[in-house]
Design a protein around this ligand. Structure first.
Ligand SMILES: Nc1ncnc2c1ncn2[C@@H]1O[C@H](COP(=O)(O)OP(=O)(O)O)[C@@H](O)[C@H]1O
Ligand SMILES: [Mg+2]
Length: 270
């Protein structure tokens, strides 16, 4: 159990399949996936390239209809994108003509949040990601890591129940990536958000999450879910990420997940 007490199930996938195309060229990208994510969990999904991670995220986001199966969010079937889910992608999708502040303000503005409350929300999330001083800058005046922080602030300002994140740190250099891993753990801890985090990096998945879902390819399937027992040691993860990553309990979970991932030789190259 990732948490000491059982929590309410927020996301419930029941036998969700996605087939692209039809006839002899049909491709089963997701084969009867079952997954439950409880409120406040940080669940990572790992697996080789082409195993259906993004497909999984797209059906949960409501961008794509499953071929069969059901997705429930708060007990209600997901049929289309909704304000209860928000998505953050690998490439920051900030509008280049808007300032950082205006980008983060988009969600609250489109929901009709009154001006003063909007200002407080935007300021709160800019503070949280450490971008208050850069709020008047345009996205192209920011480094890659800052752009991802701005994207994260924008996603958080939508105030959705669930944050869906697809390989958000893949394009960052190693140092910035390490810093962003600590940041996302801190932000998760401070906001209590439920996060589904897709990554091909097993170390990142184990470090950041309360549990790690392992997928394999051809057809894309969920084959395991491994709990991360030390995930409740927030302060240690945030303040001493190197210490955690060299601790025996981290290494044990990492090896367990790696062994499960490497059983699959059917996927494309990572
Ligand atoms: N729109 C699409 N049409 C046809 N095939 C697709 C489409 N999107 C993804 N695929 C295929 O489905 C499989 C799973 O893709 P994807 O979900 O992107 O995997 P991952 O994110 O794990 O790399 C891959 O073989 C990919 O080529
Ligand atoms: Mg992908």
């Amino acid at each position: 159990m990732p948490f000491p007490q059982p929590r309410k199930v927020l996301l419930d996938l029941r036998d969700v399949s996605v087939t692209y195309g039809s006839g002899p060229r049909a491709l089963v990208a997701l084969d009867r996936a079952c997954l439950k994510v409880s409120v406040g969990e940080f669940v990572s999904v790992v697996g080789p390239s082409g195993c259906g991670k993004s497909t999984l995220m797209h059906v949960i986001a409501g961008f794509l209809k499953p071929t069969s199966g059901t997705i429930l969010l708060n007990g209600v079937p997901v049929k289309e994108p909704g304000a209860d889910r928000t998505v953050m992608l690998q490439e920051p999708t900030l509008f280049p003509w808007l300032s950082v502040y205006q980008n983060v303000e988009l969600g609250p503005r489109s929901r009709g949040v009154p001006r003063e409350q909007r200002r407080r929300t935007v300021q709160h999330y800019l503070d949280l990601v450490g971008l208050s001083d850069a709020q008047h800058r345009k996205p192209y005046e920011l480094s890659g890591g800052m752009q991802q922080r701005a994207s994260l602030a924008r996603a958080l300002a939508n105030d959705a129940d669930m944050l869906l994140v697809d390989e958000p740190f893949g394009a960052l250099d190693a140092l910035t990536r390490e810093r962003m891993q600590r940041e996302i753990v801190r932000i998760w801890h401070e906001t209590g958000k439920t996060i589904l985090f897709i990554t091909h990096d097993v170390e990142e998945a184990v470090f950041c999450s309360t549990s790690v879902v392992v997928m394999e390819a051809n057809p894309g399937r969920i084959v395991d879910q491994v709990a991360v027992p030390f995930s409740l040691r927030y302060a240690e993860r945030i303040q001493n990420s190197r210490g955690i990553k060299s601790s025996p309990d981290y290494i044990a979970v990492r090896e367990q997940v790696l062994a499960r991932v490497m059983k699959d030789e059917g996927g494309e190259a990572w």
